[in-house]
Structure formats: C-alpha cells, structure tokens
Design a protein around this ligand. Structure first.
Ligand code: SF4
Length: 384
C-alpha cells in the first residue's frame, strides 16, 4: 500500500522481496570485512548528490531522480532474515539504513538487529544517521555476544560542503555525538571519510580536523576514499559543485578526464588516491588512530586463516599507496581470498607439509608462502 506525505514530497511503497541477504563472493577486505549485506529500503531520504546508489543497477527500472522521494520498503525483510541467517556461516553482516522518516514509520532496521542478535552474527554498520543510537541496547548486546563495528560517514566538518552535497542528511555534529555514545559502550567506532572532494575537501587542515574530531569522540580508526563519478550521480555531483563554486566544474572535468558528452573516469587518478591515503595515514599516526578497520574473527580452528588473510588484504592497501603494479596487488588479493576461504586450517597445512604445502595452494608461490610462514611463526611466538 503506497503512503504519501505531500508536505515532504515523500512516498513509501511497500513490497515483498524474495531475498534479503546478499552473500558476496569474497569479504570486502581491507575495507569493511563484510561477507553479507542486507538493506531494508531502496532509495534514501538524505539524497546525497554523490551517492553511488543513484546508479541504475541499484534502483532497477525506477526513475533515478526519485531516489530521495520514493522509498521502497521491503516489508518482509525481517521474516526473510530470520529464514536466511541460520543457513549462513557466522561472518560479518553489514546492515544499514537508519534513515528517517522511513525508520520512524517501519522500524525495520531495529527489528533486523534483533534477528542478528538472536542468530549471533558479528555486525558492521556504516551510517550517516545518529538515529542509530536509538538501538544502543541491541548494539551493546550484539557487541558483547560477538562484535559490532560502526563507521560514521563524514566527508568534512565544513558546513558549506555538507549543505552543498548532502542537503537532507543529519548534521555532522550529531553524527559525532552518536559516535561518542557508541564508543562509551565499548563499540568499535570510527569515521568513513568518503567521499573526499578533490580540491575543496582534501587539504591537510580539513582532514586533520576530522581525524582529530574522530579521536575526540572515541573513534579508533578512519577509512578514507575519493569521490567517484558515474552516470546520473556524476551529473548531479557536478551540478552541486557548480552551486558551490562554478570554477570547480572545469577543474573536476579535467581531473576526471570528463570530455564534453563523454563519460568521466570513474575514480580519481591513482597517484592522487595514493597521496591522499598516505596523508590520511600520516595524520592517523599523529593522532593515534588506525587507517584501516581491524577485522573481527570468530574463534575456532579457522580463525588463523582469517588473521593471515587480513594481513594479505592489508598488504594490498599498502601496495596501492606505494602505487605498485596491478599485477602485484592482484597477487596479494588472490592469495588473501585463497587463505580466507580455505576449508581447513592453514596452520595445520603448514604443520603437515611445511612451506611446500602452502605453495600447493592456488595463487601462493614461493615468496607468498615464505611470507605466510613468517606470519604463522609470529602467531606461534605470540601464543607462548
Ligand atoms: S545517507 Fe548514505 S545511502 Fe543515503 S543518500 Fe547519503 S550516501 Fe546515499
């Protein structure tokens, strides 16, 4: 049954979906470490101009311009989650969408948390909404049972950037206050500085302010990523940039190699990303934060695989910052997938067949086998 609020130009459209959990082929290391995602709404009232979800793949056949005015509600999300979770391995599930006013009306995100708690899954959330604190009781319970990690998304503390690119999202100060509340209960929190706006939001002073604020509100890590450009989202982002500063339009066009009537390059140039990543790393070190989110691993015989895979994933990020060849980065990524998805303990393989046994694994050659051997020996030394 559709529901319309004419005052806010907002419409809810309820529907039943066939599946709620998306199971990804690989965990998204070294970013959020999630294996599953589950989202109860399609469309978002915050309507951030840069939101990659404006892309047509996510919205299906819907008019992408209705992204922030028509919220499709998966009314059977909780029932499906209840049915789907018992069949899944206990890996991190990423949920989200604490969006008002949809959540005020339906409370599906809260009910999904209850289900995550009942089935004992670790949980990751990346959010712009402080409404998350409404569910502090459940988040605390899940964190005590397994693990909860929350990153609040913020591009900058600059109010002009917020007004321009996120006209309807909750205020940045409120997000920081929410971060502090969660941190006070022992939940791992931090900031996802995504997207960082080239030329207007990427200088050292701005980034340091945000990193300092994260630290000041109990955060322990920061993840940074540049602005991407794709289809309608790119057009809207550029239109917003024009409102901020008309001169920015040509600078961004050039930066994204965006020819007239052509498509822009999807992301910023590689050298720029590397410079930005190194700057964020330097600032994080200065303020005692991590520039990656630590991975949660469930206890058990395969937890060693997850820890070794984490190191391999982290290495891919280091190599990106070094601007290593894609071939080298892919070698580490594939090795990380191999180890992460092994059905038997890598430690047992090593004990039984030594380094030669590791080299028999797909994508693991002499150098990577030697590195993994070193890490396994380090783990052993730490146990003593
Ligand atoms: S709050 Fe998140 S999901 Fe909503 S529009 Fe903004 S970036 Fe997209």
């Amino acid at each position: 049954m559709p529901w319309k609020c004419l005052l806010m130009k907002l419409e809810f459209q309820e529907y039943r979906t066939r599946k709620i959990v998306s199971v990804h082929k690989h965990v998204d290391g070294p970013w959020f470490w999630g294996k599953y995602t589950a989202h109860p709404y399609v469309g978002c009232r915050s309507g951030c101009e840069f939101c990659y979800l404006r892309g047509s793949r996510y919205l299906g056949r819907r008019d992408p311009n209705t992204f922030d005015t028509l919220i499709q509600v998966k009314i059977n999300a909780v029932e499906l989650l209840k049915r789907e979770l018992p069949a899944l391995e206990h890996e991190v599930i990423s949920v989200g969408d604490w969006q008002q006013p949809a959540e005020d009306r339906y409370q599906i995100s809260r009910q999904m948390l209850e289900m995550v708690k009942v089935h004992g899954f670790p949980l990751f959330i990346v959010e712009r909404s402080p409404l998350l604190t409404r569910d502090l009781d459940l988040l605390t319970d899940i964190n005590q049972q397994t693990w909860v990690g929350v990153l609040f998304s913020m591009s900058s503390l600059d109010p002009a950037l917020k007004r321009t690119f996120e006209p309807h999202s909750p205020g940045v100060k409120r997000r920081l206050q929410a971060m502090e509340k969660l941190a006070n209960t022992g939940i791992l929190v931090g900031t996802s500085i995504v997207p960082i706006f080239p030329f207007v939001g990427d200088d050292k002073k701005q980034l340091e302010e945000l990193i300092r604020a994260t630290r000041g509100h109990g955060g322990s890590c920061v993840l940074a990523g540049g602005l991407t450009m794709d289809g309608l989202q790119a057009e809207r982002t550029l239109a917003a940039a024009r409102r901020l500063d008309p001169a920015l339009v040509n600078r961004w066009r050039e930066f994204y190699n965006w020819k007239v009537n052509g498509k822009p390059q999807y992301g910023p140039p590689r050298a720029y990303n590397a410079r930005l990543g190194l700057l964020v790393r330097e600032l994080c070190e200065k303020h005692g934060l991590l520039d990656r989110m630590p991975r949660y691993t469930s206890p058990g015989p395969l937890s060693i695989n997850k820890r070794i895979a984490e190191k391999l994933f982290l290495k891919t990020y280091d190599l990106e910052l070094e601007q290593a060849t894609n071939q080298r980065i892919w070698a580490y990524r594939k090795a990380a997938w191999t180890v992460d998805e092994l059905p038997e303990s890598i430690d047992e393989i090593f004990k039984a067949r030594g380094q030669a046994g590791l080299q028999e694994l797909p994508g693991i050659g002499v150098r990577l086998a030697a590195l993994i051997t070193h890490w396994l020996q380090e783990e052993k030394a730490q146990e003593i």
